[in-house]
Ligand binder design. Structure first.
Ligand code: ADP
Length: 604
């Protein structure tokens, strides 16, 4: 257990010190300066006070004032001078800490975001990784205080440690029995604080999960875009109940934690009281029996007080630093999540591309069941393939495997006869323009949402907008293509309809101009006429490119060269529309006829 703790604390401390020295060495120097200043001030105050009191006592005792006053004035000047200088330096150091505290918070946030964007996609669908990310986020910032929080604790220990060593030397000479009293109480307080801190970490982990769930429901409740669902499905009470449930759970957990920690707080208070009583009885007895001078008495009282507060502060800061490192360690743990996917380095060749799935089978990580089995399909350059099947048939999974968001469990996927695992990641991703059904638009301008990282080309942009049937709507917006999407971040922004959002996502894929275009049910929010228009234009625009469409509306399959029907974890039927509708009791023909009938019934 102890070893396990050390494994968290030391690497975290090392990481924080390294991060500070590497990025902002000024901050590290500021901390060292503060340690030196604190030690000088402590020693000057204690030793000067002893001489000051002894000189004053000598005058009171009948000594010549002119012999003792210069030393007394020098002692006062030294105490005042050092105190003022220390105050100035501490002020400057605290300023530096405040500024860099914010800087490091952003540094870690960027680090986390980069990790999330670069890690294997499968991690982003793993609830354990999402929980770990949440713990890392909370642990590295406000729970631990980040670099400045942890270094504050660490340098407080160093500073108090140096001060304590100084006063121990003084006490060892003047009143040595004070040392065991302080040390025994220190050991006891350390035990109680550690036990209490263990409970803190335990409850932090419990609360992190509850908070994530509460935050989800709270977000859903306050998200205006959920307004329709909440009203029409009358789900307000159900949502509020769920948020209430997790809110109550949070309060109960806090209450439970407070109860569990209360007894350790009382034990610590008792130990503190006993230590104080014994210490002052001992120093007072020595002074009364004349074993020490009046100056020694003052020095001993100050040293005892410094030793007391120094040790208290060390215990407190060790506990706080251990606790903070425990929280911040969650960041190191998240950062250490390793990727399983091998990274190739082969470049993708220019020109035509042939895709081949060879005996591909796949099951999701942490799942026992195969979602796809023995998929064999070749998609030639320029072919337009339609992928159809009922919900859950594995259509999106097929696309995810092709885009290498997951690696196949068995078999292989080849592009131009090379296993896709051998291609360089960034080169490989350039092959695809994909619109998933759960695409994301950002609170940027319409134009930025479409262009993203690509080169800006006005003519191509307008052509794309026209192809997707979005041009006229876009021209009606207040700032045309520069209008911000969503109102939450820009009061002049616009809320696009579901159909307009899908068209924007389609524009994004078209604009990217990759050799393989994939549309995963991107037209679900469009009416049949708008969908028909899109597919008609699409074939024009996609032209010689390879295209894969997943669509529930089988009328769109007519535009495709081949159709793959997914059922029972595999491709059950494959061929052109004309071939497949002819298969009696075939899956495709039944689905097609069911939909055709639906349209006829609706029209009549
Ligand atoms: P479709 O696109 O045909 O509706 P999917 O490919 O989305 O089907 O899903 C196929 C099966 O895989 C479903 O049973 C679904 O529940 C499961 N599945 C999808 N994503 C995951 C995931 N990340 N982890 C585990 N199972 C998943």
């Amino acid at each position: 257990m102890r070893k396990e703790k050390e494994k968290k604390i030391l690497p975290t401390l090392k990481f924080m010190l390294k991060t500070a020295v590497k990025n902002k060495p000024q901050l590290f120097i500021a901390y060292v300066l503060q340690v030196v200043v604190s030690f000088s001030q402590t020693m000057v105050n204690i030793i000067s006070s002893k001489y000051l009191v002894d000189e004053i006592a000598a005058i009171i005792g009948g000594g010549k004032a002119e012999e003792h006053i210069p030393t007394a004035i020098f002692c006062i000047a030294l105490i005042v001078g050092v105190t003022l200088l220390a105050a100035l330096i501490n002020y400057l150091v605290n300023e530096i800490k405040n500024v860099y505290s914010e800087w490091f918070n952003e540094y870690f946030e960027v680090g986390l975001s980069e990790k999330v964007m670069k890690m294997d996609f499968e991690h982003t669908e793993d609830p354990d990784t999402l929980d770990q990310m949440n713990k890392a986020k909370e642990g590295i910032s406000w729970y631990s205080g980040g670099v400045v929080g942890i270094l504050n604790g660490f340098f407080n220990i160093v500073s108090n440690g140096v001060n304590v060593l100084g006063v121990i030397a003084i006490i060892a000479v003047t009143c040595p029995l004070l040392l065991p009293i302080q040390i025994i109480s220190l050991v006891l307080i350390t035990i109680f604080t550690n036990k209490s801190n263990k409970l803190d970490i335990e409850y932090f982990k419990k609360l992190s999960k509850i908070n994530r769930l509460f935050a989800y429901f709270f977000y859903q409740l306050s998200d205006p875009s959920n307004g329709k669902e909440v009203r029409l499905f009358d789900s307000k009470d159900m949502m509020c109940d769920k948020a209430d449930y997790y809110s109550n759970k949070t309060i109960d957990t806090f209450r439970e934690q407070y109860k569990a920690q209360y007894k350790y707080m009382q034990y610590s208070n008792l130990t503190n009281g006993l230590r104080d009583g014994l210490s002052y009885f001992y120093i007072g007895f020595k002074a009364l029996t004349g074993a020490i001078t009046l100056g020694d008495f003052t020095m001993c009282v100050s040293s005892a007080s410094t030793l007391y507060w120094g040790l208290y502060s060390i215990v407190d800061n060790i506990a706080a630093t251990v606790k903070a490192c425990g929280y911040a360690y969650e960041y190191l743990k998240f950062d250490a999540i390793s990727d399983r996917m091998t990274k190739g380095d082969k470049p993708v060749s220019d020109g035509e591309h042939v895709i081949e799935f060879r005996n591909v089978s796949f099951k999701y990580p942490r799942s026992e069941n195969y979602v796809l089995r023995n998929i064999n399909i070749t998609i030639k350059q320029g072919e337009h393939l339609s992928v159809v099947g009922l919900n859950g048939a594995g259509k999106t999974t097929f696309i995810k495997l092709l885009c290498r968001m997951y690696d196949v469990t068995d078999g292989e996927i080849l592009i131009d006869n090379i296993n896709i695992k051998d291609y360089s990641d960034s080169e490989y991703r350039k092959l695809f323009s994909v619109v998933f059904q759960d695409f994301e638009l950002f609170a940027f301008s319409l134009k930025e949402n479409i262009i993203l990282d690509e080169q800006e080309d006005e003519e191509k942009l307008i052509k794309t907008l026209k192809m997707a049937g979005l041009y006229e709507d876009a021209m009606k917006l207040e700032n045309k293509l520069d209008t911000t999407i969503f109102k939450s971040y820009d009061e002049n922004g616009t809320e696009l309809s579901g159909g307009q959002q899908q068209k924007t996502a389609i524009c994004r894929a078209l604009y990217r101009d990759s050799p393989i275009v994939i549309l995963d049910e991107p037209t679900a929010a469009l009416d049949p006429v708008a969908e028909y228009e899109i597919y008609k234009h699409f074939n024009e625009l996609v032209g010689g490119k390879t295209a894969i469409y997943i669509s529930h509306r089988l009328s769109s399959c007519k535009f495709c060269d081949e159709i793959a029907v997914f059922a029972d974890d595999t491709i059950k039927e494959y061929g052109t529309h004309d071939e497949l509708v002819k298969i009696e009791s075939g899956i495709y023909s039944e689905m097609y006829n069911a939909q055709a009938q639906y349209y006829v019934e609706n029209v009549s």
